[in-house]
Design a protein around this ligand. Structure first.
Ligand code: ZN
Length: 256
């Protein structure tokens, strides 16, 4: 099952993706059982646009340095505990939305990641019970102003600016995420590559660990860290994050 959020110009609606069609469903599937309305919409119809499949209810919690090879290329230590930071929900954009490079950064980089979408109120959950609190998984780009990240002790600006969190193209529930390929391409050329099996801390552990600090609400999102190969994004680039068995999240890059 693939759960999409889309618009035809008016209020966003939800749908199941069935080939090149959207099977429209009633309500928001994070909160209500999936009930098709009977309406079907073609994905390539004029005016049909996929949106970020979720707008995080309260927060995006992101994990730094969760792949050894990425920590090595950044010349930083692999942490002994997950290193967490926030991205505000105002940083979220959807498929095909532009990543707008801020004027105050000269070095903005892509970080392709597996994203976890929380399905229930989650507090102090064990790793064993974590999967039952997950609604599903999608692709994320943890876009980072690397020069500002290096210059500032807190990463709020470097990783939280508007458009720095593309999510999509849809959410896949009930997915085994232990060993999925994560790939990033820029203008069709592969830049990042890894497998979720290379994570220092796996998804169940991360959900548990995060929930020991913060109450996670339905619709909150956890970004699970990026594999090696991060690199710069330039004006007019097209960046793609592909996670095996989920799909490809594609965004143009603009500097205004
Ligand atoms: Zn990241």
């Amino acid at each position: 099952m693939r759960v999409a959020r889309f618009t035809q110009g008016s209020d966003p609606r939800y749908a199941l993706v069935d080939g090149d069609e959207l099977v429209v469903i009633a309500g928001d599937p994070i909160y209500t059982p999936v009930t098709p309305t009977g309406e079907r919409v073609r994905l390539d119809d004029d005016g049909v646009r996929l949106l970020a499949p979720v707008i995080p209810r309260s927060k995006v919690v992101a994990v730094a340095r969760n792949y050894v090879a990425h920590a090595e290329e950044m010349q930083v230590e692999v942490p002994t505990r997950p290193l967490l930071f926030f991205k505000p929900n105002t940083s979220v954009v959807g498929p095909d939305d532009p990543v707008v490079v801020p004027q105050w950064s000269q070095r903005v980089e892509h970080e392709g990641e597996l994203a976890v979408v929380i399905g229930k109120v989650t507090k102090d959950v064990s790793p064993e019970a974590a999967a039952a609190h997950v609604f599903g998984y999608t692709c994320a780009n943890d876009v980072t102003a690397r020069d500002v990240q290096r210059a500032e002790g807190q990463w709020a600006r470097a990783k939280g600016f508007d458009t720095s969190c593309p999510l999509g193209p849809w959410i896949v529930p009930d997915l085994d995420v232990d060993d999925l390929e994560v790939t990033v391409r820029v203008n069709g050329e592969q830049r990042q590559h890894g497998r979720t099996s290379q994570m220092v801390f796996d998804v169940a552990y991360l959900v548990s660990y995060v929930s020991e600090a913060f109450t996670l609400l339905p619709g909150d999102v956890i970004l699970t860290g990026t594999p090696a190969g991060t690199g710069p994004l330039e004006h007019r680039d097209v960046v793609e994050v592909e996670v095996e068995q989920i799909g490809t999240l594609r965004n143009p890059v603009l500097r205004r």
